[in-house]
Design a protein around this ligand. Structure first.
Ligand SMILES: [Zn+2]
Ligand SMILES: [Zn+2]
Length: 320
């Protein structure tokens, strides 16, 4: 991939222009935004007209929790931030579950996310809602749209050589990256088979596919996209002196997103495996990491000492 730059849009070395790659990524992004969304409208219509059973709810929740864990514990905390170490088998499971969410192949995801940390809410941040023109409510709406959806159609992609060289040199990660589409489709196949077996019918298989596959992808992705949009707009900023950006702790997004959404904590201490620092900050991902550590499945878990967290609260001197 050439590290060429476009006239008037020189953000090198953070991004590269890859027209062919971009066209492909835009098509995939368009499909992942539109198809699950339409399927969700159909699912809601069917639920209102024909009812919804415990099987659909169970398959949806199971798929939701597993794939959000693949993203927050796997893609985000383990692969992007190296917050803990684990075995090759666990890495494969986390990589597969994260891929099933349909948020893009792992190296692309990690490079994009690390660029977000490097340039948080500054020019070059891949999905900041703060870099739009205008004022008042219109600026808020434009910012939300940019941080949530529109950023995926940008002309630039993150420079993998700068942000994800370690990922590219890691044979297992590269394998997970190559297996993105097989894993993604496995994420559609498994709930379909589960629905068919539980209900013993083709209708059950269809409902499993609908709720555990497409509706689950729609909800998982919108919740996680809220981390880039809403969680850089609305919420608490206890560490603003340290982060110097617009990242917030949004408790609602954190609750639904299993700990994602505590962006201000996370931007202040990016390597910390735990995003919830206080009792009222929900972080199911942290609970899962603690449980995995207790049974010896993960180790070398990074946790910021309490005095360091306290020192960073509203103290400019802590920025250094
Ligand atoms: Zn952020
Ligand atoms: Zn992060």
């Amino acid at each position: 991939m050439a590290n060429e730059t476009m006239p008037g849009l020189d953000m090198s070395p953070y991004t590269v222009a890859g027209p062919t790659e971009r066209r492909r990524l835009r098509t995939v992004a368009g499909l992942i935004i539109v198809v699950p969304f339409l399927a969700t409208i159909l699912a809601i219509y069917l639920a209102f007209t024909q009812g919804i059973g415990w099987m659909e709810i169970g398959i949806f929740l199971t798929g939701y929790l597993l794939t959000v864990m693949g993203l927050t514990v796997g893609f985000h905390r383990h692969f992007a931030h190296r917050s803990f170490d684990t075995s090759p088998a666990m890495r494969m499971v986390l990589g597969a579950l994260g891929s099933m969410a349909g948020q893009g192949p792992i190296i692309w995801w990690v490079a994009t996310h690390r660029r977000h940390h490097r340039l948080s809410d500054q020019e070059g941040d891949p999905h900041s809602p703060q870099l739009v023109e205008g004022s008042g409510l219109w600026r808020v709406i434009k910012g939300f749209w940019q941080g949530h959806i529109a950023w995926m159609f940008s002309d630039r992609i993150s420079n993998w050589g700068m942000f994800a060289r370690d990922m590219m040199n890691d044979r297992q990660v590269f394998r997970i990256h190559q297996l993105y589409f097989p894993f993604f489709f496995l994420g559609l196949l498994l709930p379909t088979v589960a629905g068919g077996l539980i209900a013993g019918s083709w209708q059950g298989a269809f409902l499993g596919f609908l709720w555990g596959g497409l509706v689950r992808i729609c909800v998982v992705d919108h919740v996680l996209w809220c981390v880039g949009s809403i969680c850089h707009m609305v919420g608490l900023r206890p560490y603003v002196h340290r982060t110097r950006d617009h990242s917030t702790n949004n408790l609602l997004v954190a609750l639904v997103g299993c700990g994602e959404g505590l962006q201000n904590n996370h931007h202040a201490f990016p390597r910390d495996a735990f995003h919830g620092f206080r009792w009222y900050e929900p972080d199911l991902g942290a609970l899962v990491i603690r449980m995995l550590k207790a049974v010896g499945l993960v180790w070398n878990v990074v946790e910021t000492p309490e005095d360091k967290r306290k020192a960073a609260l509203g103290d400019d001197r802590a920025v250094a």
